[in-house]
Design a protein around this ligand. Sequence first.
Ligand SMILES: Nc1ncnc2c1ncn2[C@@H]1O[C@H](COP(=O)(O)OP(=O)(O)OP(=O)(O)O)[C@@H](O)[C@H]1O
Ligand SMILES: [Mg+2]
Length: 510
Amino acid sequence: MAQSQQSIDTIKAGYTFSSPSIQLGVLMADGNPVPGVPINLSYSMLNRHGLVAGATGTGKTKTLQLMAEQISKAGIPVFAADIKGDLSGIAIPGELSEKLQARVQGIGQNWVAAGCPTEFYSLGGMGTGVPLRATVSSFGPLLLSKVLGLNETQESSLGLVFQWADANQLLLLDLKDLRQVLMYLTSDEGKATLKGIGGLSSATVGVILREISAMEGQGADVFFGEPEFDTADFLRTTGDGQGIISMLELPNVVDRPQLFSTFLMWLLADLYHALPEVGDVDKPKLVFFFDEAHLLFNGASKAFLEQITQTVRLIRSKGVGVFFVTQMPTDVPDSVLAQLGSRVQHALRAHTPNDAKALKQTVNTYPTSEYDLAQLLQNLGIGEAVVTVMNPSGAPTPVAWTRMLAPTSLMGPMNPEWLSSGVAQSAMNAKYGQAIDRESAYEILSARVAEAPAPPVGTAPAAPARAPKAEKPAPSVIEELSKNVLVRQVARSAASQLTRSIFGTLLKRR
Ligand SMILES: Nc1ncnc2c1ncn2[C@@H]1O[C@H](COP(=O)(O)OP(=O)(O)OP(=O)(O)O)[C@@H](O)[C@H]1O
Ligand SMILES: [Mg+2]
């Protein structure tokens, strides 16, 4: 049945906004693009979050790319993760092939090649990019448990260890610091303390220690340490007012998906602390693309899922928009899915009964429309999607079969040599490039101690867990740990209280 002019007009009106917007693509009617009907997404609705989904090769990454380009142009900083290494081309102008020319002509896109201001990062220097690091303390027990693959019992045990370390003002910089605490607790001297903490068995501590060793064995420990990344560095614009795209290059971490996905969560939690409440905004402060989002939700504990849901809900009013990119909408738990205002659904396959079920579920989450969605979703062309977003009043727009715009930056990886030399020259590299080794951490921390007002004479660190009566008092835990100079310095320089907030990450004083 041919689509009526009336329904085309309804869709056109539904995507005509009085406030500025990015353009996702143009309407498709009866299989042909209608250049006169742009499918838009208002800047003011970017922090209502969104989902980009679709089977492999259907155009998800290009959608991310074309959205990021326009968001950057609008002066809004962007964060994205480049998991397959095919997104670094965003920094340089694209090339107009014959095929691309036909596409942009068909949709009436005024295509001008352009790259975006981009800063490349890596996880702790694994791969090409300014190394991002976080301290173990700041990461917190919940995220660390996910990284280490701990079960719920082990997770709660690690939580107790952090609680104890916090109470004793022990700031743990890297995995070696954590290891030291755990080894203490399983040592003869630490036994009484372990007992005092309660609910923590030395067998569980042993398991956690083994997992830490395994991680160190894979070289992923380089991510934990200092200098810790300040997420405010994601909120930068260029002199001429373009939002800087922070691109996390991840080709080497495919085998550590837990590290990458929990790190992104840490970033979000940290941003949440860092940013002031802004409520509804004309333009968000940052748009955060969460590619391969299924990695985040796979095997997540209940506590972890609750924290994701809460973070996503709360970060909106801080002016941060989050877009999850994944193959199936069913990869995303309902509690999160319900909060995603924009939907760009690329083609779905229904080869297996499971696929068919997921397709049906997906169809059910859309507002009613004239389309036979189950049919349409299986037959969408590459770079086409079924779209619905929130209009500036917060109501869902009509469902629209859309042919997406083409990115104007290079589709695919950038020349690796350009990438490395760009990273080497960047100011962020000067700030974060060098890991601070134990020596220099010691010096910096000592300096901080010198600056801080001197504690009143005789102030002792919080008393460790009481040793059982009638026994010779256990040596002070702090004393034991103080054998390591670093831990001692860290302990003294730590904030007078260590406060944990959303996701159990450390609340920093800024
Ligand atoms: N909007 C678009 N404009 C032009 N070409 C596109 C567009 N979207 C997709 N394509 C073409 O389709 C190819 C696959 O797209 P893309 O890499 O975005 O798929 P994907 O869904 O991310 O796949 P995967 O799941 O494997 O990562 C691109 O290399 C490009 O040639
Ligand atoms: Mg992709």
